[in-house]
Write a protein that binds this ligand. Structure first.
Ligand code: 89V
Length: 342
């Protein structure tokens, strides 16, 4: 099968890692880069030997006619760039968070549907080695029927140093890491019926919330708490960027602990394994668990683009995660639980 030709829209901090991860796979070749500030795209192009550089996305689409675009820009530009690519018949992979509102996200899914182009979301946390290892244990019934879980992304990492634009977001941690953690909740435990959320802002110089606590009631009866914090404080167990999970089941418990440690406890005792992510030379070691997950995430999206399998994170699927994110803001604003409607 001929490799698919694709373009990257947005050449900021994450694009280098996504491009490197694409190169781990056969089947897709990056043929062009677009960035609002052309010089940034030129720098990345030089590094990866890509010479077709644009500061006008429509010109890129007209001239290069890529099979798909991988959109890695700021969230506000996801919707217009998705619509533009779809208009030109290119399939779309859009970075999480999909859009700035649920309504906009829904419109993106419908627009791509109407134009008959595939719309996929780059949501990589569910592809992390430790999360997959935990899912496998839960699926094989290692701890019986899960009834409660805690998903923690609590970090003092100076996240605003690498991604300063995050400080400007009116809605920060729920859209940024919350999109990931709530997607992990769905991946592990299914859909939610209702949620309750509280938010806080600890950093004074940022616009949005940097702490959020979400309590979910799942359709299967489970209670799931998602604890998010980028409060910049010192933590004894700083695990950035690992997601820590604790699951209670009627026959045991399972824990994802710092260092990608998976501990499964039954009456027979505790079995401990380390779910070490694969090491890639291009990955930043501080982000290893996240950067390595980009490869299986891309592989799944590529399978869908080449018609071999259904993607896990289609636009329609990710819309359910987006629904949880914005339900959390609604709940926090109203200070009461809100139902998750279809
Ligand atoms: O993927 C992301 O959203 C990054 C993180 C550091 C959490 O991986 O911000």
């Amino acid at each position: 099968m001929k490799p698919l030709r694709f373009a990257i829209f947005g050449t900021g901090f994450w694009s280098r890692y996504q491009l490197s991860a694409w190169r781990e796979l056969k089947g897709a070749e990056c043929v062009a880069l677009y960035n609002r500030t052309r010089s940034k795209a030129e720098t990345l192009g030089r590094e990866f030997g890509i010479t077709a550089i644009y500061d006008d996305p429509e010109e890129l689409l007209r001239r290069e006619r890529p099979d798909f675009v991988d959109i890695i820009t700021d969230v506000a530009s996801h919707a217009p760039l998705t619509r533009l690519a779809a208009k030109h018949g290119a399939a779309v992979i859009c970075q999480k968070p999909m859009a700035t509102s649920l309504r906009e996200a829904g419109a993106m899914v419908r627009d791509c549907d109407r134009r008959g182009v595939q719309f996929l979301v780059h949501e990589n946390f569910r592809w992390q080695t430790p999360i997959r290892a935990l899912a496998k244990e839960l699926k094989r019934g290692a701890i019986g029927r899960p009834f409660r879980a805690r998903i923690d992304f609590i970090s003092g990492f100076p996240v605003f140093d690498n991604q300063p634009f995050l400080a400007e977001l009116e809605q920060f941690i729920l859209t940024d890491v919350g999109s990931h953690a709530l997607d992990v909740a769905r991946f592990l435990f299914g859909e939610a019926r209702e949620l309750y959320c509280k938010t806080q802002r600890i950093h004074q110089h940022i616009k949005g919330e940097d702490v959020a606590t979400v309590l979910l009631e799942m359709h299967n009866g489970m209670t799931v708490t998602v604890n998010l914090a980028y409060a910049g404080n010192a933590l004894e167990r700083e695990a950035f960027p690992e997601t820590l999970v604790f699951v209670e089941g009627d026959a045991g418990s399972a824990e994802l602990a710092p260092g990608c440690e998976l501990r499964v406890t039954t009456r027979a005792g505790t079995q401990q394994t380390t779910a070490t992510p694969p090491a890639y030379p291009w990955a930043d070691s501080r982000y290893a668990v996240v950067h390595s997950s980009i490869v299986p995430c891309h592989a799944n999206l590529l399978d869908a683009l080449q018609g071999r399998a259904k993607a896990e994170t289609t636009g329609a699927d990710n819309l359910r995660t987006v629904r949880l994110v914005f339900a959390a803001y609604r709940s926090a604003a109203k200070s009461r639980a809100v139902a998750i409607s279809e």
